[in-house]
Write a protein that binds this ligand. Sequence first.
Ligand code: SAM
Length: 245
Amino acid sequence: MREKYSYMLSSLESMNIKLSGHKLKQFDDFYNMLVETNKVMNLTGITEFDEVCKLHFVDSLSIAKYVDMSGNLKVIDVGTGAGFPGIPLKIAFPNLNIVLLDSLNKRLKFLDEVIEKLGLNDEGSIETLHGRAEDYSMPKEGSLRESFDLAVSRAVANMSTLSELCLPYVKVGGQFIAYKSEKALEELERAKGAIHLLGGKLESCEEFLLPDTDVGRSLCFIYKREPTSKKYPRKAGTPAKKPLK
Ligand code: SAM
């Protein structure tokens, strides 16, 4: 198994991530389930083994170079789709407590099978949550508002919309990290006002090429400096239709 994953292991070493044989087996089981299920359900356009390792697995784990993931952080992955970045983060850092949120239930059913097969609830916790991001963070009883240390999201919406979907979930003092392509700076500029309105502050934006590819990635780190105004998020659909300025 180590030989099969030697590329991925050396890429991860540069981020100080070491994977045991058990974790590699979990990545392997996840890969097989992803490719098999993808034959009957639209999960990913990328299925070739090396590409999945580089563009899904290593990419998902790339925040670990900048954030200490070793504690029992409460994390929400907003618009997780086929489990990115949430599942790779949970395999590499089993101590995490992760919620995988998506509005498409059939993808979450696939993820429930992955969680079961890989035994991802053996340590920390992981659960799927079906619905619109806007609905679980409304200021009402039982809401998940301001209850996470970290919100992560990849390939879901433009930065302004995404900030309205994610920042309400983050505790004051916590962080929202957006996985963006290389065009992030322009997008960030347009979302500055929205980030401020939602109680956030742009801390930094790290730009790099994913190891052994020419694919650019930007990680945008947004700090939650004060509680989000009760006006946000607006009702489901509005953040995408009318992004905050
Ligand atoms: N994050 C995954 C990745 O990087 O491969 C999936 C990206 S996919 C392009 C976008 C996902 O976001 C879809 O699964 C979609 O159902 C989900 N999504 C979009 N808007 C959402 C919302 N408002 N609430 C919950 N999920 C949403």
